[in-house]
Write a protein that binds this ligand. Structure first.
Ligand SMILES: *Cc1c(COP(=O)(O)O)cnc(C)c1O
Length: 363
């Protein structure tokens, strides 16, 4: 019997999500309404220590509106990592501001505080670290830097639902934090995003910007978007929220098993005091990463992904001349293995055998 393919990511949708969507359909009230309001409250309770949460139609909208709500616009610079999904820098560029690309550190693949410090100019409005792969960026250092330079701190927490530093959740350090609810993220609403903020003015701006600038119907106060989440999506998200803590424990247990048994390649490190939620479990393959990934699939039926093979500063959409050596190295070498909560122990054994067999053959 041939082995079944183990995919790199796998959204888990159960009967609860189906029933919740059906109930909204039966109610006939599909657009932003009571489900969205409940989802915001519950997300805040479960993942944000009670900090306010505003639901939007995607993570990218969340970053874009968060930046606008915090006053970012043309003439400003926002420092972001180059080693991330393009949505991070795109959202800055969409406000009219300029994304300035910083390098990462190679232990956790998050933005390098020392390098960020050298990039601050009189135009710098804020710093936006990404909690890449579910590992928190060094937010205590970034908060100190932002305070000492009088600039804003934002968080791209798209991949880091429930990650924390010394027990404090990501999404509660910045002026705002954004969580993506795209299907391959640690939890989903289909498409969607949640923006956390402790600043009532930013929260009010976010609510206005997502709904054409209206708090009361047809009394538009500012120019805004339609970035509303639907009640259908919120209903899915509410069910997923009841499972996120257990799914995170399962991801962490899967990661612990992989790290204890994989040999011959660099496995993920966790900073002291940090809780990693393993959106991705990322190893490094110094020679021929793409060949290694192809062999994982063709010889062992194990899926994997290179996130991200082209750094943002090298993309056709940005084309910047910067030299970011750690970013370039990571883009060449990283490979993420399946770590999602639906892996069986047989799947985990197969992943370990596949990686160890290939790394030994290459050594
Ligand atoms: C997924 C992701 C986003 C964008 O979220 P969407 O919900 O897909 O719009 C932004 N930043 C990072 C780091 C992401 O992984």
């Amino acid at each position: 019997m041939s082995k079944t393919f183990i995919p790199a990511a796998k959204p888990i949708i159960g009967e609860g999500e189906r029933a919740a969507v059906d109930a909204v359909l039966a109610s006939g009230r599909l657009a932003q309404g009571a489900e969205v309001a409940e989802f915001e409250k519950e997300f805040s309770d479960v993942l944000l220590d009670g900090r306010a949460a505003v639901a939007v139609n995607s993570g990218t909208s969340g970053l874009h509106l968060g930046l606008l709500a915090a006053g970012v616009g043309a003439g400003d610079e926002v420092i972001v990592p180059s080693f991330t999904f393009a949505a991070t820098a795109n959202s800055v560029a969409l406000t009219g501001a300029t994304p300035v690309f910083a390098d990462i550190e190679l232990d956790h693949y998050c933005m390098d505080v020392d390098h960020v410090q050298t990039l601050i100019t009189e135009r710098t409005k804020g710093i936006m670290p990404v909690h890449l792969y579910g590992h928190p960026a060094n937010m205590e250092a970034f908060r100190n830097l932002a305070n000492s330079r009088g600039i804003n701190l934002f968080e791209d927490a798209a991949q880091a639902h429930g990650a924390s530093i010394h027990g404090r959740n990501v999404g509660t350090f910045g002026d705002f934090g954004m969580f993506s609810l795209y299907p391959t993220k640690n939890m989903t609403s289909g498409e969607g995003g949640m923006v956390s903020t402790g600043d009532p003015a930013v929260e009010r701006n976010l609510r206005l910007l997502r709904n054409q600038g209206m708090e009361r119907q047809y009394e538009n106060e500012i120019v805004g978007f339609n970035a509303r989440m639907t009640d259908l999506h919120a209903a899915i998200g509410r069910v997923q929220l009841t499972k996120i803590k257990n799914w995170t424990k399962q991801r962490q247990a899967n990661a612990a098993y992989l790290s204890a048994n994989i040999e011959g390649v660099k496995t993920p490190e966790v900073a002291s005091g940090a809780e990693h939620v393993y959106h991705q479990y990322t190893i490094r393959i110094p020679e021929d990463r793409d060949g290694f990934a192809a062999a994982l699939k063709s010889e062992h039926e194990v899926g994997s992904g290179a996130y991200y093979p082209i750094p943002n500063h090298r993309l056709p959409s940005f084309q910047r001349p910067e030299d970011l050596p750690h970013t370039e190295q990571a883009a060449r070498e990283v490979l993420s293995l399946p770590v999602h909560p639906s892996l069986s122990s047989a799947d985990l054994e197969r992943i370990v055998t596949a990686v160890n067999t290939l790394s030994e053959a290459g050594a």
